[in-house]
Design a protein. Sequence first.
Length: 605
Amino acid sequence: MPINKLLTYLTEQTFIYSLIWRHFNSTMKTPKIKYLISFFLLILPTITVFQVQADDLGSNKSLTYAEVIDKYKALDSLYEDAKMITYGRTDCGVPLHLFVITTTHVFDPWRLHELNKCVLFINNGIHPGEPDGIDASIQLATDLLSKPLYKRLLENVVVCIIPVFNIDGALQRSCCSRANQNGPDEYGFRANALNLDLNRDFVKSDSKSTKTMINILRQWDPDVIVDTHVSDGADYQYTMTLIAEQHNKLQKDLGKFMHQKLTPALYSKMKELNDEMSPYIQHLENQSIPDSGIVAFLETPRYLCGYASLFHAFCYTSEAHMLKPFYQRKKSTYNLLSSFVELCDEYGEKIIETRKLAISESMKKKYYLFNWKCDTAQFELMDFKGYEARFKASTVTDENRLYYDRTKPYKKKIRYYNSYYASDSIAIPRYIYIPQAYDNLIQLLHLNGVEFNRMQMDSTATLTATFITDYKTVSSPAEGHYLHYNIKTRTQEREYSLHKNDYLISLPQKNMGYILETLTSRASDSYFCWGFFDSFLQQKEWFSDYLYEDQAADLLQKDPQLKADFEKWKAENPGIDAYSKLNYIYRNSNSFEKTFMRYPVFFIY
């Protein structure tokens, strides 16, 4: 047997043996019996090692999309505890599948939540060039359904698996698009049929695939989500790294429970499996190696986990290390997913209880915090297992190049920056008013479970309007949009006309985090930032300078304050041309359009 297959098989058994040992260690009181059991567990791998099947986890081949679906369909036909459910369409016209495992034989998400089952949701293939989770999840599903010891974990847990999310990308198989990744032989492509990265699409939802996924997420309302990936970047000793949704930006009870209980438990479980992991390696700004410290990754609502946190889900992103062999990454992903099942079994009741508390407490808040930034004044020291970073002359660029010396492994304390603070906030309004003209926006809000009322008749009310006073825009498109950032605003409260069939969102409501994050213009992933309202950034009416001269003179004569302001402005801006001077008067007159730069979403306090 090849050594890599032998090692893979031995590590595959570790999870099973650890489950057995935990069970007997907690129930057996006699030391002699414990000794015999431990001895049996030590020799069991050598007894069964030659029973490894030909298609074990040591292969460097990832399954094709068709093979993945066929395997899940076969499990569906074999086991009454499993069901393959088809949802909607994707951008390449193929349906999206959800594979559900539950010993209740109930496959209605609302009923399962009524039964107080903890719903674990595993998403695979959002980047099909990172297929570790695709293959590992099939092995996990097979073991959960076929092995009694695994099946015990399903008494309180429902496991939902997306076999492949980005089907379009999975069908574009090749060997080489991820130039630095160590296997498999072939894999899919990062983008979908629209050339979109689906892990940047959750808020804006340009893709049919994303809309279908959101429909699934809102129906199943998962308690814990795992999104499987493969990392880029530095070299180090770990096979698995993990992004835990940033705890500071979660509701207080949710963030505390995740940070102090769930995440440490995952690290402990992986260590028990001899598969230690590290937080995801993101360097400090202007630094290039982990030794200088790493920063907790912040997933904003464009990402799956940043989006899911708006609905108070516990969300994690697994990042297997690209430089490790495919079979090793796949095994580590399997270990982590198995640990998540254990985690949901052990903490399921508390997970559900904490989520309910988070929803309840969030609806009592007076202010909404957003635009989170890393607090570099706070850090913790963590043990890190890396390789010495060195530099040598490049034969290509003639400059010094970085490399990691694997003959020089180390374990040292490094800084981990895992504290964030909100750099912005708003008072939460009682209502949000949206004109009915914005069909695309209304459809997205409806898809995400937002509750509306529609105006029954024309009316008037005092609304708070937001005006965009300054913003910057990226120079090249990001996922099909020219993103705005560094938004500055002013507000104005006055009476406006409200029209029959316009929309009124009442707050608080359950999905308030999503509502405020997307409709607050200054929020980093708001619909304004993604360009949904760019038409209001363009002036529509102008003036003819030769005709406006007389009107401008008349305005200055009748309005002393305007004249004083005009003179001050001219003094502060010497060399201004004649047209700009007329434009200053025009923009400060009643002729200037009231809707220019006015964000067409209104708050009512």
